[in-house]
Design a binder for this molecule. Sequence first.
Ligand SMILES: Nc1ncnc2c1ncn2[C@@H]1O[C@H](COP(=O)(O)OP(=O)(O)O)[C@@H](O)[C@H]1O
Ligand SMILES: [Mg+2]
Length: 169
Amino acid sequence: MIPDLSSFDAGTLVCAVGAAGSGKSTLFSTMPESSIVCLDELRLRLADDAGNQRVTPQAVRMQNLILRTRMELGLTTGVDSTNVEERVRATVLKPALAHGRRTVAVVFLTPLETCLARNALRPANTRVPDDRVAWQHRQTPRSAARLRREGFAEVYFVGVADAASGRGA
Ligand SMILES: Nc1ncnc2c1ncn2[C@@H]1O[C@H](COP(=O)(O)OP(=O)(O)O)[C@@H](O)[C@H]1O
Ligand SMILES: [Mg+2]
């Protein structure tokens, strides 16, 4: 079921978990722009190029600062990045847990073929290598199994039907 992002309490952390092209940014586009952190946008801001991986460390620092600040202020925040690694999610979760915020993960189970087809349509600078998309895709169900233990209080799945229709089931 696709969660209604506007229904969450103030201060909720909403963390996407999904491969490139799985539909993360599309879902988050229903939230106010200032409530989303997205590494692509931060790289664009830093380097005029959303795909410039050389500035990823700086973009991650900005993402962490934004998250820490917004969690402290009690502002709902969506993390529009792949987040398929536990180490990365731990960094995202930390400020939310530190401030006792509601923690929500949204897992994108979009089929690999769909992710690859969408990725292929992207401009070259933001296209992710196919083997990387496949790796992210493999990590997604593995991640899903761990999310509650890591500290996510709620886990939603955006499934095959949702991904095809763009609507909640
Ligand atoms: N539910 C959906 N139905 C149809 N097209 C979608 C859907 N979700 C995403 N797309 C399309 O797929 C492409 C990639 O989606 P995007 O949200 O940018 O993925 P991500 O942010 O996970 O990389 C976009 O061009 C978007 O229009
Ligand atoms: Mg995106």
